[in-house]
Design a protein around this ligand. Structure first.
Ligand code: EPU
Length: 418
């Protein structure tokens, strides 16, 4: 990706459907007894991988509109999801919950770690075991037998989006009531619960830290459901607008989901205007230093930590950022330093010297959100930046370059072979 920086972003941008909701809802559609039509699905690589896995399991998943996917699970013919597909995407662990719910058995390759550091699934497995699922971990596989799942009380030791979602999906088909405690409260957890309920499930309390699920013997024939807007995509455009001293209206969002970010930006001196489903952000003068600590929702999202760090590099004064979710979320720092920032990292906290100007350089994207942060720095920079490994960006942002171009950015993609 080649970005010529220095152009203030101006205009309007429409946010796509939520990646993290879509990658949970699509596997969960396996539970239905008939076709599900899912609208507002982002056309991103992670969704494509989930659809490939669905098709390999014998279900049919296809695009029937620009952002509409139809999933029909009635021809599903295996409970085994192979390494070659599963290893391409962490969220593929949702197939454990979905296959248990659909056919009571799942054999799914262990998703392993990733470039955010160690990513255990012990809370998922502990939850399944509490439902009476017999779990074996053998040769990199998670083999789960849950033909007689029974509801249980499950207390998560850590707040985990993945474990909350996975257990909700499986518990829909367990006998009796399951109570999940210390749950993640992210918008996509609520979206999945709404989707499951639209198929005839009985899930209550999503969005709080206690979720109650009454198991049902059968789900409906199918449903039509619209995925919520992507909280992190919206936040990325909001931050990019300010980093370029721009003025942008970010549309098709749920402003409530942006509260932690918008509160922090107000503290930093950013201009804001809010409507029912949009927010306008504009630069109104020098940015002020801030302290950021990432936390589970409704705290400041870890998935916007790299992006806001770019902004803090441009603010006046010294800022600090504490990362409390992932071990390796500061890998972008060395790349950002090549573009002019001065950041030191000690353990899970970074100290950012402000008042820095970015300049163009050649950089590599270490992961999805780090990639987005580097693009923001490139848009704010003087000169041209070349970004490599942009495949990560394709995992989570629909039409990233064209949306940015529409706001006036000079951004192109060129063929490159190592
Ligand atoms: N954890 C455990 N044991 C578990 C599960 C999680 O110790 O069994 C720990 C993790 O190591 C981490 C913390 O709990 O320290 C939170 O992990 P969580 O399970 O909440 O993360 P996740 O479900 O794997 C989702 C998003 C991530 C996002 C995190 C935190 C999806 C597909 N992914 O991951 O999104 O960073 O929640 O909000 O929903 C991204 O979109 O770029 C991304 C990485």
């Amino acid at each position: 990706m080649v970005v010529k920086g220095g152009v203030p972003l101006r205009g309007e941008v429409t946010v796509s459907g939520s990646k993290n909701a879509a990658v949970a809802i699509l596997p969960a559609a396996l539970l239905a007894n008939g076709p599900c039509v899912i609208e507002n699905v982002p056309r991103i690589l992670d969704v494509k991988i989930i659809m490939d896995i669905l098709n390999k399991l014998g279900a049919t998943s296809e695009w029937i509109g620009e952002n509409t996917v139809r999933i029909d699970s009635h021809k599903i013919n295996t409970h085994i999801a192979s390494y070659e597909t599963i290893s391409r995407l962490r969220a593929s662990y949702y197939f454990i919950g979905a296959l248990l719910g659909k056919i009571g058995m799942a054999e799914v390759s262990h998703p392993g770690g990733c470039n955010l550091g160690s990513r255990p699934i012990d809370q998922h497995l502990k939850g399944f075991a509490a439902l009476g699922v017999n779990i074996k971990e053998e040769q990199g596989l998670v083999k789960a037998n849950g033909l007689n799942m029974v509801g249980a009380n499950i207390y998560f030791d850590v707040v985990s989006v993945g474990a909350t979602i996975n257990l909700m999906i499986a518990a829909v088909r367990a006998k009796g009531t399951t109570v999940l405690e210390n749950c993640a409260r992210e918008p996509h957890v609520v979206d999945l619960a709404n989707f499951l309920n639209s198929m005839g499930a009985n899930v209550k309390g999503a969005g709080t830290d206690v979720i109650r699920i009454k198991g049902v013997a059968e789900l409906n024939q199918g449903t039509t459901y619209t995925v919520i807007p992507d909280q992190i995509e919206a936040g990325t455009y909001i931050i990019a607008s300010i980093a370029t001293s721009g003025d942008v209206k970010v549309k098709n969002i749920i402003p409530r989901h942006q509260e932690a970010l918008l509160a922090k930006l107000t503290e930093m001196g950013v201009g804001l205007e809010e409507g029912e489903d949009w927010v306008r952000v504009f630069y109104k003068g020098p940015l002020v230093r801030a302290k950021v600590k990432t936390l589970p929702y409704p705290g400041f999202p870890t998935d916007l930590q790299p992006q806001i760090s770019v902004l803090l590099s441009m603010a006046e004064g010294t800022s600090t950022v504490s990362e409390s979710i992932w071990d390796s979320r500061f890998q972008y720092v060395d790349e950002l330093k090549r573009m002019g920032s001065e950041i030191s990292v000690e353990g899970k906290t970074s100290t950012i010297q402000g008042h820095k100007k970015f300049f163009g350089a050649s950089v590599r994207c270490p992961d999805l959100r780090a990639g987005a942060a580097l693009v923001i720095a490139a848009l704010a920079a003087e000169g041209t930046t070349e970004l490599y490994d942009i495949k990560y960006i394709d995992r989570g942002y629909e039409d990233f370059e064209s949306k940015l171009r529409q706001l006036g950015a000079s951004i192109t993609r060129e063929e490159y072979t190592e």
